[in-house]
Design a protein around this ligand. Structure first.
Ligand SMILES: Cc1cc2nc3c(=O)[nH]c(=O)nc-3n(C[C@H](O)[C@H](O)[C@H](O)COP(=O)(O)O)c2cc1C
Length: 303
């Protein structure tokens, strides 16, 4: 978690940092470092930083503290470390390692080599490693920088299997109530596999990572989905593999016993699940995918 350094607090208290109208503001400019270049003004997504005169120190606009989404762009974009928030001191924000930037070829390689991992080793993942994975995934974007994603880690493999069993119960109920739909979703095959001792719902993964958040918050679904996508991409860097648990997701929304077992906080909905474990195999080639369907200009006018 972020913690503003004491040195920074002393600077503010000693008056060497900018205070708006003599009062402590959420936005804090170090006048000695500020070059009055207006980069923070241009970069602020909410437009709450102003240069009241040419070459003036940037100042918060009226109501800035209430409008600020604490995205830290002003802090992160300033080349001189002159900008801070009262919750985000410039010196606490790690520098971007420009030389680590991936080339387009490396980026394509990285993204194309992500695979859904469905065969896992019989070896649990340490809690610390799963925590590290989530620590990376939490840097995913969210609407208004709300960062509403909450995480549930089902660490116990027996519990993951028990939940997969509950999802299978839901599948049986669908097949009974609506056999055509159930077969269309291949639920009969999943049940047959499960009855034969093979779990194709959670794929025998040791762990399950679930994202959730307040059901009524409109930014929650996209934030949770993107965060899990980050998690899947980050997994191989820690020697891990992951796979979206889509069937479990649908069951978790429909089947009361599974909802109960997940025990999410009141008012929270299951937004996505990811199986996680140590992969048994390595992929050696990139599978091919469809060409992108792109329309340039007016819809219906492909070039
Ligand atoms: C939302 C979503 C749900 C998915 N659910 C499952 C699932 O329940 N079981 C599974 O084995 N794979 C699941 N997958 C993985 C897809 O089958 C996989 O992404 C696709 O076949 C492409 O393979 P790749 O991810 O290795 O590129 C899901 C993927 C997504 C994006």
């Amino acid at each position: 978690m972020f913690s503003a350094g004491w040195g920074f607090a002393r600077e503010v208290l000693s008056g060497r940092c900018f205070r708006y109208n003599g009062a402590m503001s959420h936005l804090i400019v170090d006048e000695r470092k500020c070059r009055r270049d207006g980069i923070c003004v241009e970069s602020c997504p909410v437009g709450i930083i102003e240069l009241r005169e040419e070459k003036a120190v940037p100042t918060p606009a009226d109501g800035a503290d209430a409008l600020c989404i604490s995205c830290g762009h002003c802090v992160a974009v300033c080349p001189y470390g002159a900008m801070s928030l009262d919750t985000m001191a410039s010196e606490d924000c790690p520098p971007v390692q420009g030389e680590w930037a991936l080339t387009p070829e490396q980026t394509e390689h990285f993204l194309r080599s992500r695979r859904s991992i469905r065969v896992y080793r019989e070896e649990p993942v340490e809690k610390e490693k799963l925590r590290r994975l989530i620590e990376i995934a939490r840097y995913a974007p969210s609407g208004h920088n709300a960062q509403p994603v909450q995480w549930l880690v089902v660490h116990d493999a027996d519990e993951v299997n028990r939940m997969a069993g509950m999802a299978a119960d839901w599948m049986r109920s669908v097949l009974k109530a609506n056999p055509d739909m159930g077969r269309g979703m291949l639920l009969d095959r999943i049940i047959a596999a499960r009855d034969a001792g093979k779990d194709t719902i959670c794929r025998g993964a040791h762990h399950l990572v679930v994202t959730h958040g307040p059901e009524k918050d409109p930014v929650v679904p996209s934030a949770c989905t993107i965060a899990l996508a980050y998690l899947e991409l980050a997994a191989p860097s820690l020697g891990l593999g992951a796979c979206w648990a889509g069937y479990l997701h649908v069951a978790a929304l429909q089947w009361p016993p599974l909802k109960e077992a997940l025990a999410l906080p009141e008012g929270h909905a299951f937004q996505g699940g990811m199986m996680v474990g140590y992969p048994k195999y390595r992929y050696k080639r990139f599978p091919l995918r469809k060409d992108p369907l792109i329309t340039w200009g007016q819809p219906g006018e492909p070039l």
